[in-house]
Design a protein around this ligand. Structure first.
Ligand code: SF4
Ligand code: SF4
Length: 499
């Protein structure tokens, strides 16, 4: 009675939603056609890549190690450090442009072929579920009365796999050696963060693979929405050919013999393409946001076409324009502009990467007041010198500061040792105090150059502006220090700083 009073939708709102708002669970049938065979090979190659990569080393370094703890990323033989912001910016831009380009040409090929969610769900978790629920190799709804122990065993296997995947994921950030040591030789409470991340990842994978499933593609994934708006009518998508398929209908027999009535198209309305769809849509309704280009409907329909002795390809990879009878144009502005942009960015990235100096130097001002005037009249500036050893060998560094006009080094005092020793890819920040004759200042400002020289004699420079009193008492220089000895030193000095 209550449901009758509700406004009823004219058609299904969401493929995974029943009319009463409850979830429509998906148990797609399996079509083991040629596209599925290809996807399976590709998927297992991707899984092997993900599982094996943390074990592979190149020149003593892991092939891919995102060492967040030490702020170093080892990527295929290159080491990226926090100072590589330009490289990072170019890389992010390249990722965006690549997504635009691949989507424009191949549509949502990422979703069906590469996305970890699809790969693990369709080629790891779903096959295991089919095995435990008695639908191995064919799919469809589970057999009725699946024994409780079978379900329990299935979830236990899910948990073990999820745990292993989560550990592998964490190994990309902590290193495989550390992970093995933590797992096998030290108690979990010694490294609570890593254990916490593993548990959260395991829980997320379990939730996604056992429960959330196609909902992630339909309502949860922003990538699907981005991809859908980046398609155009010439992009490659999985599409149904209505010119050939319509009017659809079951083959009927003529009363005068076994002759098929000629008015029907090739679609026999068997709904196999819907039964195999992991997101529960009907591809014959046209391009839909829910379609993840998994190609299962192509395989299912090809199989049906073989059986009814019709040519394959009623559902196929094609462009929307082509299916609507319009000419197909592969070359269009975006297909030319995106690769050009990628080429420029790639060249820029390579040039910046190959010309990175052996030492990164950043000069920062000290915390607090810009300068102080000492009791002997000299002006003190505090700096922080950040040095990064980008080489694969240990290095020693010495720091010197000159005015930009040259001359003697400015008197300095490092809080730590005079010589700084750094391991490969190590970074340090050295506090430095400079004591300068106030006569060197002009209107409260002195331009200086910080030079860091390594033990191979290679030097890097960075300019810095030193601050001092804007007006000097030249008749009685000791008065310059009065602000320091007074009660309001900072305000007295800082008020005169020329910005
Ligand atoms: S599988 Fe092919 S023939 Fe069957 S309903 Fe789908 S499009 Fe029509
Ligand atoms: S419509 Fe076809 S390609 Fe798209 S998700 Fe469904 S089965 Fe996969």
């Amino acid at each position: 009675m209550e449901s009758e009073s509700l406004l009823q939708p004219e058609e299904r709102v969401l493929s995974t939603l029943e009319a009463d708002g409850s979830r429509r669970w998906m148990f797609p049938r399996l079509s083991r056609g040629r596209w599925w065979q290809r996807r399976r090979v590709f998927a297992y190659a991707l899984i092997a890549f993900f599982l094996l990569l943390p074990w592979v080393r190149l020149n003593g370094q892991p092939l891919l190690f995102l060492d967040i703890l030490h702020r170093k990323f080892h990527v295929f033989g290159f080491t990226f450090l926090p100072t590589d912001t330009v490289l990072l910016a170019i890389l992010v831009l390249m990722c965006f442009v690549s997504v635009f380009f691949f989507t424009a040409v191949f549509g949502r090929v990422f979703c069906g072929w590469v996305c970890p969610h699809s790969v693990y769900l369709e080629f790891v978790y779903r096959p295991i579920e089919r095995w435990f629920t008695g639908k191995k190799g064919v799919g469809g709804p589970p057999k009725r009365n699946v024994a409780g122990w079978r379900k329990l065993a299935m979830y236990a296997v899910f948990l073990l796999i999820s745990l292993y995947l989560a550990n592998t994921f964490v190994s990309y950030f902590v290193g495989m050696e550390n992970l093995i040591r933590w797992v096998f030789t030290s108690p979990p409470w010694r490294h609570p963060v890593a254990v916490g991340v593993v548990l959260v990842c395991t829980a997320w994978i379990m939730w996604d693979m056992a429960f959330w499933r196609e909902q992630l593609c339909i309502v949860g994934c922003p990538y699907g929405r981005f991809q859908s708006v980046m398609l155009d009518r010439q992009s490659l998508i999985v599409t149904y050919d209505p010119q050939r398929g319509e009017p659809r209908g079951k083959p009927r027999r003529s009363t005068k013999g076994d002759v098929e009535l000629p008015v029907l198209g090739d679609c026999i309305d068997c709904s196999m393409c819907v039964a195999v769809c992991p997101t529960g849509i009907d591809i014959r309704d046209g391009l839909q946001m829910e379609c993840i280009n998994c190609t299962q409907c192509i395989d299912a329909c090809d199989d049906v076409m073989d059986r009814v002795d019709r040519p394959r390809g009623l559902i196929r990879y094609s462009a929307q324009a082509k299916s609507d009878g319009e000419p197909f144009r592969f070359l269009r502005p975006r297909v030319i502009l995106y690769p050009v942009a990628l080429l420029i960015l790639g060249t820029l990235f390579t040039v910046v990467l190959l010309n990175k100096p052996a030492t990164d130097l950043t000069v920062l001002r000290g915390m607090g007041r810009p300068f102080s005037v000492m009791s002997d009249g000299r002006v003190e500036n505090q700096l922080r010198i950040k040095i990064v050893n980008r080489t694969e060998a240990p290095r020693q560094y010495a720091i010197a500061v000159h005015t930009v006009q040259g001359g003697d080094a400015l008197p300095q005092e490092q809080v730590d040792a005079d010589i700084i020793a750094l391991k490969p890819s190590e970074m340090t920040t050295v506090p430095l105090r400079l004591f300068v004759d106030p006569a060197k200042y002009t209107a409260g400002r002195l331009d200086a150059v910080v030079t860091v020289t390594d033990d191979e004699g290679t030097a890097v420079n960075e300019t810095v502006v030193l601050r001092g009193p804007a007006r000097l008492n030249t008749k009685n220089p000791s008065d310059n220090a009065k602000g320091v000895n007074g009660t309001n030193t900072n305000e007295a000095s800082e008020g005169k700083v020329t910005p």
